[in-house]
Design a protein. Structure first.
Length: 258
């Protein structure tokens, strides 16, 4: 019942978010996408799977560098956007699949690179999804996780996750960098290489592409405003005149499957 309720939340949120999320400057930022691709060290002969691929930005970023790139997602409207994006870019070496990510509907060792971006915090069981990512990667293949990360301080992490749950009811929990590293360690992978950047925008723009429950938008604004003074969320926040500017920390982790 919990899993079905959560699937419904995911479909509801990302059906509504499909256009604003995919078009958002910080999400579609070509430099951030290039950083992700560079971290994965793709080769022309590689095959890539993007887990919870959304509107196809990551798949389309990898496609020029690899033999084939695939994306899987639970939300049909997101996959429609992905298909349109690939067509606009003239990409013929991509494909899309609607489906669950745990378990992944692929055989063992099917891909050279398995990646997920801005999705780990939506999974009820990130360890299970990560285990599936490892399973479908070839020996010597690369496992890439990019996600916003919570502060190492547990109180600040809890406050940040509370805010994100208000903003997006399909949010489960943003992990800290240490917790993301633990996914690799517990799956028997080497210590991952790490890169960092910030997902930076105004709170107004963030809320314009969010669909909180009625009455929660004001709570979110109040939490952001209070955090400018006391850092309760554990993320950089500044005022630019009347605007609040946030900088969500993003970590990119990469390791090879033995």
């Amino acid at each position: 019942m919990l899993e079905e309720t959560h699937r419904s939340l995911i479909r509801d949120q990302f059906t509504r978010q499909a256009a604003p999320f995919s078009n958002a400057g910080p999400i579609a930022d070509p430099e951030a996408l290039a950083m992700l691709v560079a971290a994965a060290r793709p080769r022309p002969t590689d095959t890539v799977l993007d887990v919870a691929c959304g509107g196809g930005l990551v798949v389309c970023a990898f496609a020029p560098h690899v033999r084939h790139a695939s994306g899987i997602d639970l939300v049909p409207v997101m996959l429609e956007r992905a298909r349109r994006l690939a067509a606009e870019k003239g990409l013929a070496n991509v494909c899309w699949r609607e489906g669950e990510v745990s378990p992944l509907p692929y055989p063992d060792g099917a891909f050279d690179i398995v990646v997920t971006r801005f999705a780990m915090h939506h999974f009820l069981d990130p360890h299970a999804v990560f285990g599936e990512m490892v399973r479908v990667a070839k020996p010597g293949g690369r496992i890439v996780v990019a996600d916003t990360c919570a502060a190492p301080d547990p109180d600040k992490a809890a406050a940040f996750n509370h805010l994100e749950k208000l903003r997006d009811p399909s949010h489960v929990r943003a992990l800290s960098v240490a917790e993301l590293e633990a996914l690799y360690r517990e799956a028997g992978l080497p210590q991952p290489e790490k890169r960092f950047y910030a997902l930076r925008d105004t709170v107004d723009n963030l809320l314009a592409r969010s669909f909180p429950n009625p009455g929660d938008e004001q709570k979110i604004r109040e939490l952001f405003a209070a955090a400018v003074a006391d850092d309760r969320l554990g993320i950089p926040l500044t005022r630019d005149g009347e605007r609040l500017v946030y900088a969500y920390p993003v970590a990119i982790l990469v390791a090879d499957r033995p």
